[in-house]
Design a protein around this ligand. Structure first.
Ligand code: ATP
Ligand code: FE
Length: 356
């Protein structure tokens, strides 16, 4: 099977071609990602209207480039997979319209894919991870623990009740005058910082379960920053580094402890397949990754993290999730709708489904 995937749910326009012969590992034949960072940076965040227009302009360029890199034409493709949500509705609509156009023009099947399923199935694309496994999805917009049992079979164990960690890293960087995206900038500062100098809270650790909260951390950072400025009239590079180190350690501690709890729940049901996989841009953080690796080592659990380019938004994961869905008999028609919210776990309240 050869699948063309499209992704346009946030600020990356992407197209990719993934092929899998039955019984063989999947291959990424091409994966094109056109980011929009420069378009949004003057506004300090993603502007949905600008994103939607840019997707509409760039999607066909992406598709053409993906076909060229894979040395293929549309006639070599078996089906078109597209992110149908959750995400910024204008962007998702651009992708769905483009995919419908290609499907109508070529007569090939159309497959709507949940963006979060794309992230959650990535370890199967990169490492042939077998079902079931425990997934920690930590990105700019999401944070949740999922038991992944099949291409459309997910159980959400918990997640953030407010901000996602990536969002908290980005806001922290903004508060300290560091560049965007904030994650890498805060991580670099933290290398020279003392994580113990400022005491940051570890929200919700005193409560049972796997839910998390990161918005209070950002408020604590703001208060600490203003206090230091009030006392000394400004921030020294060391102050900034210490705040970044303290903030990052707090996020890592919360994620580590909640991962321990999610793992206990997971192992209770699936003791024979002890695997944790991570996905999302925050999984690139070396301190957080080290923490997760040590939690896995403590429990003799296999740890899998896709390469960074496949942790962040891309279309190869959408093509692959579409491939699995198609192989299982899933398909859509021209009534496929773009959905701003689309919980993965059908039993979870829609309000918490996206992890926001
Ligand atoms: P989503 O995938 O949920 O729709 P997104 O596209 O913003 O949202 P990703 O592309 O997966 O998310 O990841 C981007 C986020 O990851 C940003 O918030 C960025 O700050 C964060 N990030 C990237 N590298 C690091 C790092 N080294 N440490 C911490 N955070 C990081
Ligand atoms: Fe994403």
């Amino acid at each position: 099977l050869t699948i063309l995937g499209l992704e346009s749910s946030c600020d990356d326009t992407a197209a990719a071609i993934v092929r899998q012969a039955s019984g063989a590992p999947a291959q990424i034949l091409s994966s094109v990602v056109l980011g929009q960072t420069a378009l949004h940076s003057p506004f300090g965040g993603v502007v949905p209207e600008i994103a939607a227009r840019a997707h509409a302009e760039k999607l066909d360029i992406c598709v053409r480039q993906a076909l060229t890199e894979a040395q293929m034409t549309l006639s070599d493709i078996d089906a078109i997979a597209v992110t149908a949500g959750p995400g910024l509705i204008g962007g998702v609509l651009s992708g769905v319209m483009c995919a419908k156009g290609i499907a109508a023009g070529t007569g090939k099947p159309l497959i709507g894919v949940n963006h979060l399923a794309g992230h959650a199935l990535t370890p199967r694309l990169t490492d042939q991870t077998a079902y079931p496994y425990l997934m920690l999805l930590v990105s700019g917009g999401h944070c949740q623990f999922l038991i992944v049992r099949g291409p459309e079979d997910f159980t959400r164990l918990g997640g953030t009740i407010d901000d996602a960690p990536g969002e908290a890293f980005d806001k922290t960087a903004r508060l300290l005058g560091l560049p965007q995206p904030g994650g890498p900038a805060v991580q670099a500062e933290a290398l020279n910082g003392n994580p113990k100098r400022f005491a940051f809270p570890r929200p919700l650790l005193d409560r049972p379960g796997c839910d998390m909260s990161f918005s209070g951390l950002k408020t604590a950072l703001l208060r600490t920053r203003d206090q230091v400025i009030a006392e000394k009239g400004g921030l020294t590079p060391q102050d900034r580094a210490d705040m970044c180190a303290g903030f990052q350690a707090a996020v890592a501690d919360v994620l580590a402890e909640k991962t321990r709890r999610a793992l206990a729940l997971y192992l209770f049901e699936h003791p024979a397949t002890p695997t944790i996989a991570v996905a999302g841009g925050v999984a690139a953080n070396t301190a957080i990754r080290a923490m997760l690796e040590s939690v896995c080592a403590e429990n003799s659990v296999t740890f899998t993290a896709p390469p960074l380019a496949l942790c962040t938004d891309n279309a190869a994961m959408i093509a692959y999730a579409g491939l699995e869905r198609f192989r299982a008999g899933g398909q859509d028609d021209m009534t496929l709708a773009a959905r701003p919210r689309w919980p993965l776990d059908k039993t979870s309240p829609a309000l918490l489904g996206s992890g926001k």
